[in-house]
Design a protein around this ligand. Structure first.
Ligand code: TYM
Length: 335
């Protein structure tokens, strides 16, 4: 089967963009019998930004509960927490020793930090940790350790997948055979851009998100705060460039989306359009929210699910792979 792997960094609470762009399609893909899915919580990556232990733990629980509430079946998907698989960090070092430093210098997140420093007249690396610099190597280890074929991600992550290919290829070259599969990034163009309240891409850094599991009243309040123009009821409204319409489409059947587009052309008032969007969101989210609240109230069960996933996954894939890699580079086998 084709191996599909993706991760979410455990920083903060998931929003509609994460759900539509990552969680919902990943769960749909996991039901394809021709694929084997690996979905994980990137808690080691979260340490790069969040250095608040309570928050890291809380966020891991919330994101795990989100996947489960959205329908992830731990019996058919490898579902685990990155830090529960220590072979990933061990492989990170092996890859660090073949990764070109010049390639890491070009990583977007690192370059953005350097550019900010230059603009402010600081030293290039002022306030930059080696963790931020090494981020792509840890991510390459996440992917290569399970020989993933396909990695579904948003556009912002594509460069990291290319780096994973590069490091895997160098390792294969240096150690003389195809130890690792080279992964392909998969970007779903039509879901890569769910807009937020202000019409820009929904993102925590723009402070324009609709969190997935706010209470219904808060969800309705947020929908009513979506920015619209000054067209009055009765005036036709274009669907192009309308965040309201895009959000509606992401949750509607094609027939419902077409009817909503017709209502725009017929001059629906913004208040009524928002009402319809709120009803639609609530239709899909309400059952998930109920499951989510039930799950987060039982953190022990989530913990058991995650530990069990990592335990089985290590036994099946991670431990044997590391034994091979140790042998490949000339280190002693641990077993
Ligand atoms: P992260 O946690 O920033 O984002 C998780 C996934 O959600 C996508 N995404 C969006 N998609 C559509 N619309 C939006 N508004 C939106 N906002 C975010 C992201 O592109 C991503 O696919 N480094 C990764 C986590 C990671 C990983 C991996 C991913 C660690 N190791 C190995 C794949 C494979 C990250 O920080 O994603």
């Amino acid at each position: 089967p084709t191996r599909v792997l993706t991760g979410i960094t455990t920083s903060g609470t998931p929003h509609l963009g994460n759900y539509v762009g990552a969680v919902r399609p990943a769960i749909a893909a996991s039901r394809d019998p021709g694929s084997e899915s690996f979905y994980f919580l990137a808690d080691l990556h979260s340490l790069i930004k969040a250095q608040d232990p309570a928050r890291t733990q809380r966020s891991t629980l919330e994101i795990a509960a989100t996947w489960l509430a959205a329908g992830l079946e731990p019996d058919r998907v490898w579902f685990y927490r990155q830090s529960d698989v220590p072979e990933i960090t061990e492989l990170t070092w092996m890859l660090t020793c073949v990764a070109g430093k010049g390639i890491l210098n070009r990583a977007h997140a690192y370059k953005a930090a350097v550019d900010r420093n230059r603009a402010e007249g600081e030293d290039d690396d002022s306030g930059v940790t080696a963790g931020l610099f090494m981020y792509p190597v840890l991510m390459a280890a996440d992917i290569l350790i399970f020989n993933a074929d396909r990695v579904p991600v948003g556009r912002d992550q594509v460069q990291h997948i290319e780096m994973a290919r590069d490091f895997g290829q160098r390792f294969n070259h240096v150690y003389g055979r195809e130890w690792f599969t080279l992964p392909e990034a998969v970007v779903e163009a039509h879901v890569a851009t769910l807009p937020g309240l202000d019409g820009r891409k929904m993102s925590k850094s723009y402070d324009n998100t609709i969190p997935l599991f706010v209470p219904e009243a808060e969800l309705r309040r947020l929908v009513f705060s979506i920015v619209t123009d000054s067209r009055a009821p009765g005036e036709p409204k274009p669907v192009e460039g309308s965040a309201l319409y895009e959000l509606y489409r992401a949750f509607a059947t094609p027939e419902e989306a077409a009817a909503f587009g017709q209502a725009f052309a017929d001059g629906i008032g913004w208040g009524e359009a928002k009402q319809r969007l709120a009803d639609l969101l609530e239709r899909e989210i309400a059952p998930l929210r109920a499951r989510y609240l039930d799950l987060v109230a039982r953190p022990g069960d989530i913990e058991d699910t995650l530990r069990d996933g990592a335990r089985r996954l290590r036994e099946r894939y991670a431990t044997p792979l590391l034994a091979q890699v140790r042998e490949a580079v000339g280190l002693r086998d641990l077993s």
